[in-house]
Design a protein around this ligand. Sequence first.
Ligand SMILES: NC(=O)c1ccc[n+]([C@@H]2O[C@H](COP(=O)([O-])OP(=O)(O)OC[C@H]3O[C@@H](n4cnc5c(N)ncnc54)[C@H](O)[C@@H]3O)[C@@H](O)[C@H]2O)c1
Ligand SMILES: O=P(O)(O)OC[C@H]1O[C@H](O[C@H]2[C@H](O)[C@@H](O)[C@@H](O)O[C@@H]2CO)[C@H](O)[C@@H](O)[C@@H]1O
Ligand SMILES: [Mn+2]
Length: 448
Amino acid sequence: MKKQNLVIVGGGSTYTIGMIMSLIEEKKQFPLRTITFYDTNQQRQEKIAKAVDIILHEKYPELESFSWTTDKETAYRDADFVFVQIRTGGLAMREKDEQIPLKHGVVGQETCGPGGMAYGFRSIGDMIKVVEDIRTYAPDAWILNYTNPAAIVAEALQRQFPHDKKILNICDMPAAIMVSYAKILGKEIWDLVPEYFGLNHYGWFTDIYDKQGNRLTDDIKRAITEDGFIPEDSEIVNDPSWIKTFKQVEVMLNDYPEYLPNTYLQYYLYPSDMVDKDDVENTRARQVINGREKRVHTLSEQIIEDGSTKNVELEVDIHGRYMIRVAASLAYNQGETYIVIVKNNGIISNIQDDAMVEVPAALTAQGPKPYAVGEIPTFYKGMIEGQLAFEKLVVDAWFEKSYNKLMQALTLNRTVIDAPKARAILDDLIEANKDYWPTLTKKKAYTP
Ligand SMILES: NC(=O)c1ccc[n+]([C@@H]2O[C@H](COP(=O)([O-])OP(=O)(O)OC[C@H]3O[C@@H](n4cnc5c(N)ncnc54)[C@H](O)[C@@H]3O)[C@@H](O)[C@H]2O)c1
Ligand SMILES: O=P(O)(O)OC[C@H]1O[C@H](O[C@H]2[C@H](O)[C@@H](O)[C@@H](O)O[C@@H]2CO)[C@H](O)[C@@H](O)[C@@H]1O
Ligand SMILES: [Mn+2]
């Protein structure tokens, strides 16, 4: 089995240590020769990298080298796989993405509604640059991107690099949900075969089977409606915000019993409830700053101080394991089925071909081979087409530097709808993002 050279872009991410633990757990499935971190923030990356160095010495002695750098050529040359997990503007800007819409009575969420639009507008430029840099030094490397908002990033990358067949955008949410299904069924997530369609953070499981072909969907629906639904992945199992989010799945399933919803649909189906439950002084970003970010940094400091992992608890999570299993299937032509983001091209036959859809695909050395979904019912088609138009308009707006397209995008988003609200939120977001967004041109109805 060929050993891979892996680069992690955004080495300073709060997800990196979890990813490293997952690489250790999955080393037989995805053996590595080298790991290199690349980040634009030397200090933030070093905090994590110094601890990772100790973890790897203890738990991955066969690894030939681990290094971290802010130099692109050093990072990318000889890479086989590049995992990209950047956050332009950091958690500080995430907080603004959440607070600004909320102040206008609209859902404040990092990947949904106006917050997702703002974050997308920051991510697109940096992601294009990252891909260009990788291709300069590693033209054949697989690029697995999970930088958010993945739907908007995927659409932008598809437009900018239409012939690049080795960029794959992925989200861990369907897998995290499947971890909970697996627990209900007394199985392992890897025993389950999903049927799923939608856009990123906007989809439905139509069925769940096991590898022997038994249909398990009704067992899951019965359990959720009778006993509720809770997160089971280690990263989120005790997190009150995620517990609340999973609880909402039961409500969604009772209102729309046909398919099993992605948790993110709560923001589009219950926007008023989401606004009412939120606290502008303590949105999710603030919880993450005081929670995951603090926890990860404290953990790193402890490891560095001790020169070992003896006083810390290190956990493997589905986020890392999922990305790694996807990479292994591509690297070793395993043809395993995972839910990924690909160009529609007729997979969902009654929506446009150029949509970036999230569906199960067999992952081979030649790339994802998605399974046909066929025609989807009117409700889902209507929901998807509205959201798709929003995502496409955001990307149009970025390439055309158009204020008017962003106004159209927000007006179409289910969380906004109202033109005066769209205008007010957009103007506030422009002001808050002046260091990140391109300057926009605003067309008037009539220019004398
Ligand atoms: N797709 C998914 O399902 C999924 C799941 C989890 C996290 N994510 C995404 O992963 C990313 C990381 O999240 P986080 O909370 O750990 O953020 P974070 O801010 O802790 O980490 C991001 C890192 O990227 C670095 N960075 C920023 N811009 C960069 C650039 N242009 N080039 C190189 N490095 C750069 C930052 O310095 C930072 O160290 C986010 O985009 C988040 O939304 C996606
Ligand atoms: O609010 P956050 O920062 O805690 O989470 C935002 C991300 O949420 C999803 O990822 C989950 C993932 O599903 C779960 O398995 C575990 O690893 O935690 C992650 C979040 O903590 C979502 O898919 C991502 O796109 C979001 O970035
Ligand atoms: Mn996601």
